[in-house]
Design a protein around this ligand. Structure first.
Ligand code: ATP
Ligand code: HSE
Length: 326
C-alpha cells in the first residue's frame, strides 16, 4: 500500500489554509501505486489528490513534472493539474516531504485491457507527444540505455536467485541493445510509464492519464514500445497482435511513424522490456521483507523480452508495412 508518510489531521488542515480550496472534509490514503504516498482529499471545493513525494523521486525533478502537467493540461490533455497556493506555488512541504495537490480525475483503470482500449491508448499517446512539443524544461531519461548497466550492477550477483541463468541472459541483452540502439529518431517528452494503471476510462472511453513521474525526453517511439509491452500481452504471456495493430494504428493516425521508427520498433520493444525487467528485478531483490510495497514480477518482462527477440520487423507487432503485402 502506498502510504509511507502519515499526516495528522492538524498538519493537513493547516497545510490547506494556504490554498483556496476550502476546508478539509475528508482524507483517505490510497492503497494503489508504489512510488509516493497518495491521499484522496475531500474539501469544501470538491475532490483532490494529495501526493507526498517519497525518496525515490528527486526533488530537483519536481518542477519538470509539475510544469509538464500544467503544460499538457493547457493543451487539452486530461491529466492532473497542479493546484497553486495563494502565492502561486504548486509545490509545498507537508510532514517533512515535498507535497502537491492536483485535480482529481474521474474514471477507473482497466485490469483486462481489450482491443478498443489499446487503440485508444495509441491515439492518446500520439496526442500526448504532440501536446508535449514546446515544453521548455528538459529531463534526461535516467532509465534509458545508459542507465541500464549500472542499474543491473545493483542486482547482478543475485539475479540467478530469481531464475537460473537470468544474469547471463541479461548481460547478453545489455550488450545487444548497446550495439543496436537506434540514433536520431524523433524525440520529445515521453510519459515512460503509461501502463494500464495510469490510464483511466469512463464507459469504455479513455478519460484521463496520470502518473507523470517517469516522464522525460527520449525517443517518442520508445514510449510506444513501452505501451506495446504494457498493454498488448495476454496473461498467458502471448503477444496479442490484434491489440498491437490497434495500438499502432491508433498512434499512427495521430502521428505517422517514420521509416526509421518502424525499423527500430523491435529493438525499442526489447529495450523497454529490459528496462522493466531490470527495475522489477532490483525491487524484487532489494525490497526488505515486510515492506508495504507490492513487488512486481520481473520474469513477466523476461518472457516479453524473449518474444521480442523473435520479432524480425514491426509486422510482428501488427504493423502493416507498405510494399510488403504483410
Ligand atoms: N489525479 C488523480 N485523480 C484520481 N485518482 C488519482 C489521481 N492521481 C492518482 N490517483 C489514484 O492514486 C493511485 C496511485 O497514483 P500513482 O499511480 O500516481 O502513484 P505512484 O505512487 O506514483 O504509483 P506507480 O508509479 O506505482 O504507478 C492511482 O492508481 C489512482 O487510483
Ligand atoms: N509500471 C512499472 C512500475 C513503476 O510505475 C512496472 O510495472 O514495473
Amino acid at each position: 500500500m502506498a502510504v509511507y508518510t502519515d499526516v495528522s489531521d492538524e498538519e493537513l488542515s493547516d497545510f490547506l489554509t494556504r490554498y483556496d480550496i476550502g476546508a478539509l472534509v475528508s482524507c483517505k490514503g490510497i492503497a494503489e501505486g508504489v512510488e509516493n504516498s497518495n491521499f484522496l482529499l475531500g474539501t469544501e471545493a470538491g475532490r483532490f489528490i494529495l501526493t507526498l513525494y517519497e525518496k525515490r523521486v528527486d526533488e530537483a525533478d519536481l518542477p519538470f513534472f509539475l510544469g509538464l502537467m500544467d503544460h499538457l493540461a493547457g493543451r487539452g490533455i486530461n491529466c492532473p493539474e497542479p493546484i497553486r497556493d495563494r502565492d502561486g506555488r504548486a509545490l509545498g512541504r507537508l510532514a517533512g516531504r515535498p507535497a502537491t495537490i492536483v485535480s482529481f480525475l474521474d474514471g477507473m483503470w482497466v485490469k483486462r485491457p481489450e482491443v478498443s482500449h489499446c487503440g485508444q491508448v495509441g491515439e492518446a499517446l500520439a496526442r500526448l507527444h504532440q501536446a508535449g512539443e514546446g515544453f521548455a524544461i528538459r529531463r534526461r531519461n535516467g532509465l534509458g540505455p545508459d542507465g541500464w548497466p549500472p542499474l543491473y550492477a545493483g542486482s547482478a550477483d543475485r539475479a540467478d536467485e530469481v531464475l537460473a541463468g537470468l544474469g547471463g541472459e541479461i548481460e547478453t541483452e545489455l550488450a545487444f541493445v548497446a550495439a543496436h540502439w537506434p540514433k536520431g529518431l524523433p524525440d520529445g517528452v515521453i510519459h515512460a510509464d503509461l501502463f494500464p494503471d495510469n490510464v483511466f476510462f469512463l464507459k469504455g472511453q479513455l478519460s484521463g492519464l496520470i502518473d507523470f513521474y517517469f516522464a522525460c525526453n527520449d525517443f517518442l517511439a520508445y514510449d510506444l514500445a513501452i505501451c506495446l509491452n504494457a498493454w498488448c500481452f495476454e496473461p498467458d504471456g502471448a503477444f496479442n497482435i490484434t491489440k498491437g495493430r490497434a495500438m499502432l494504428t491508433g498512434y499512427a493516425a495521430g502521428r505517422p511513424l517514420t521509416d526509421a521508427e518502424i525499423e527500430a520498433l523491435p529493438v525499442l520493444c526489447r529495450g523497454s522490456a529490459l528496462r522493466f525487467l531490470l527495475t522489477r528485478l532490483y525491487d524484487w531483490l532489494m525490497t526488505p521483507p515486510g515492506a508495504l510495497v507490492r513487488k512486481k514480477d520481473p520474469l513477466e518482462y523476461y518472457r516479453k523480452l524473449r518474444f521480442h527477440r523473435t520479432a524480425a520487423t514491426a509486422t510482428a507487432y501488427g504493423l502493416e508495412l507498405a510494399g510488403t503485402g504483410a
